[in-house]
Structure formats: C-alpha cells, structure tokens
Design a protein around this ligand. Structure first.
Ligand code: NAD
Length: 379
C-alpha cells in the first residue's frame, strides 16, 4: 500500500500525517510519500518525517501520482483530483454539503472518497472523530484569541492598588468546542456562563463550574436528535431565546459562539443591536463564521469593530493551533484507516464495506456519489 500526503493549500496549515502516524503506517507495511514542506506549518520538518520512515518527494503531484491511498486535511482541489490515479482512496475533511461539483468530479475520476466529518458518534468511532478533536482545540484557541484582543485582565486581581474584576465570559453552544471554551475561560479566571438548546448540555456546563442559561420549554426538552446533535429551533423559540440572551449579553466582556446544526446554516444568535448594548472593549468570537455566522456582522478571517465590540471571525480556528491540531488529526486518520481499510492478515488496502463506519463516511465509489445525503435522487 502506497500512501500519498500532499502539501495542503496556503490557507490550511495542518497536515494529515505526523512522524508518529508515519511510523505506524510503515509498521503496517505501507510506504508513505510525503511532499516536501507538507508539515512545515505544523512545525514538522521533512527530516522528522524521513526519520519516521517516510519517503520525501519533491512535489504534491509526486505524492499523489502513484498513491493507493491519499490522506489530506482539506478536500482535494480540482487539480489534485485530476492528479490522483483512478480507483485510489481519498480520506479528508470533505465539506460535502453544497459541494456537489467536487463530489461529482471525484466520482467521475473513479476515486473512493471518505469524509472524516461524517464519522458516526458511536463509542467505537470516538478515536476517529475529527469534529471532536478539532473542535476541542478550536474552543481552546477561541478563548486564547479573545484574551489576546481583550484589553483588560481576565482573572480577578486583588492588588495594593485596587481590584481588577474578573471578566465575564459567555459561551453560546456547549458542544465539544463550547465545553472546551468554558473550561479554558474558567482556567484563565473568568466568571463563565453558557447556553445551549440541548438539555444534556445543562449538566455538562454545570460540571465545568459555569452557569447555564436557556429557555427550558417543551421544545428545548426535545431539541436533541438521535445522533446527539441539535435540531433547528422554531422561530418562536429563537425569539424567546433572543429575549433571554439580550439582557445577559449586555453584561458580558467576552462571548464565544459555537452553535451549529449539521448541514444547515448556523443559527443567528447575536444581533447588531445586542453588540451595540455591550461594554466598550468587549470581544466576541464567532466560531460559526464559516457556516454563515452566529453573530451579525462577523466576517470570515477578520477582526471587525461593531459598535463597542471587536468581533473575531477566524474560519479555521484549529489551523491557528496547527501543531496540536495535526497531531490529533493524524491520530484520527490512522485509527480510521487501520480499523476499516487494512486487511489484518495481508496488510493490504481492503475496505470493509459492511462496517457501519465505512457506510457512514463513504462519499463516492464505482464512479458514483453513494452517500445517501449527497447522492443525486434516483432517476
Ligand atoms: P455542533 O458543533 O454541531 O454544535 C455546537 C453546539 O451548538 C451544540 O451543543 C448544539 O446543541 C448547539 N446549538 C445548536 N443550535 C443552537 C442554538 N440555537 N442556540 C444555542 N446552542 C445551539 O455540536 P458538537 O460539538 O459536535 O456536539 C454535538 C453532540 O455530540 C454533543 O452532545 C456531544 O457531546 C456529542 N458528541 C458525541 C460524541 C461521541 O459519542 N462519539 C463525540 C463528539 C460529540
């Protein structure tokens, strides 16, 4: 089995393998071809990959050309799709929603594509769950970025010259990213509160020592899907939620928003009016900016001033902590490949199509888009 790892695009500092995962793949009998410089922005020099047993090739095209299995962070570009040989397996964060064109392109080229973000939330797949591993780091980094921009101290400081009050931080959406944002803000000494539409979040927020704030009506009690995700809430709920939140937000110094609904635009949680009501120097981080944003006025990859507030909207938050993000992403990929696509006896690439994890993540096969969420309706 030959594995190809190209250099990611300029806007993606992460890399799909690490020296540790290269070592494990070579232990399985694979050859791992890594494009020179692929690990640079995750602080992994070519020499470290080579020491781990990788073959360093001079270009991404060279890494892709003969690969049986291509490992990437981002979905391959059109050019890369054309460079990968027919029948090869490609594993990446594919961003499939609304991207029919690239999916058809991969299918048309005969690639077998897997989307890591479609990993089912079952116990066996936890160690392969890139949404969790990356969102966890994203939640941490959001607080670090907020702290950098915030012009005041976060913890309470009692000094001879007087007392600096603790910053008040509010986390909207207490999933993986939100829970880590709560924990990080607490570690820095902020007084933390949080909200979510899923009842299960209430206990988790409380266990981290933060105050839970939410409209807890009948719709709230039924807001969690079987998969553990949030449903899209009704207009009426969102109105009640906005009323409750409006007053709370005006008293906050730092707000981190992380609310997402799979396959849908992010819910709008903070209006311009709410931003205008905040104190001068407050900071809002919109982790949902890539999916349309939880915050009115947030802009992708920018820090914008809206009234008294600075709104941070970095799209690739895990990429801002690339060395750690690559470490965990590389582990997720290795576990996935080793568990469902390597024959334990022969060590050859062999996909177990009966496995639930394979069924949930497979996007294209035999020239077609096969995932039920993305396959064109049967003619
Ligand atoms: P996510 O990234 O899809 O969304 C982030 C959070 O936003 C969620 O908690 C969601 O409930 C919340 N949200 C959505 N709409 C909202 C609104 N209008 N107002 C406020 N909050 C809103 O979620 P996630 O981080 O991927 O986590 C989703 C669930 O999956 C959680 O229950 C998590 O514990 C669970 N999970 C399970 C596993 C596993 O079992 N293997 C792994 C990871 C996560």
């Amino acid at each position: 089995m030959r594995i190809g790892v190209p250099r990611e695009a300029e806007h993606e500092p992460r890399v799909a393998v690490t020296p540790d995962s290269v070592k494990r793949f070579t232990g399985l009998g694979a050859t791992v071809a890594v494009a020179s410089g692929a690990g640079e922005r995750s602080r992994i020099p070519d020499a470290h990959f080579a020491e781990a047993g990788a073959e360093i090739v001079s270009s991404s095209a060279d890494a892709l050309r003969d690969a049986d299995l291509v490992l990437k962070v981002e979905r391959p570009s059109g050019e890369e799709i054309d460079q990968i040989r027919e029948g090869a397996v490609v594993v990446a964060i594919m961003d499939p929603y609304g991207n029919d064109g690239p999916l058809q392109h991969m299918a048309g080229r005969g690639l077998v594509a897997f989307a890591m973000e479609l990993m089912p939330r079952i116990t066996r797949a936890q160690s392969m769950d890139v949404l969790s591993s990356q969102a966890n780091l994203g939640g941490y980094q959001a607080v670090i970025d907020a702290a950098e921009v915030y012009d005041r101290a976060i913890p309470m400081m009692m000094t001879a010259a007087g007392t600096v009050p603790a910053a008040k931080a509010f986390v909207m959406g207490a999933g993986v990213a939100g829970l880590q944002a709560i924990a990080t803000a607490r570690r820095l000494g902020a007084a933390v509160s949080a909200t979510d539409v899923r009842p299960a979040a209430k206990e988790q927020v409380a266990s981290l020592g933060a105050k839970f704030i939410a409209v807890e009506d009948d719709e709230f009690k039924a807001a969690e899907t079987a998969g553990g995700y949030a449903k899209e809430m009704s207009e009426e709920y969102r109105k009640k939620q906005a009323e409750l939140i409006a007053d709370h937000i005006s008293k906050q110094d730092i707000v981190i928003t992380t609310a997402l609904i799979p396959g849908r635009p992010a819910p709008r949680l903070i209006t311009r009016e709410m931003l205008e009501s905040m104190k001068p120097g407050s900071v809002v981080v919109d982790l949902a900016v890539e999916r349309g944003g939880n915050v009115e006025g947030s802009e992708p990859d920018k820090v914008v001033e809206v009234g008294p507030v600075r709104v941070i909207g970095y799209r690739n938050m895990p990429g801002r902590i690339a060395a750690s993000a690559s470490l965990l992403y590389g582990k997720n990929l290795y576990t996935f490949v080793e568990s469902v696509m390597v024959d334990k006896e022969t060590k050859a690439l062999s996909i177990n199509w009966e496995d639930d994890i394979v069924k949930a993540t497979a996007l294209t096969r035999d020239g077609k888009v096969v995932h039920p969420n993305f396959a064109p309706a049967a003619e």
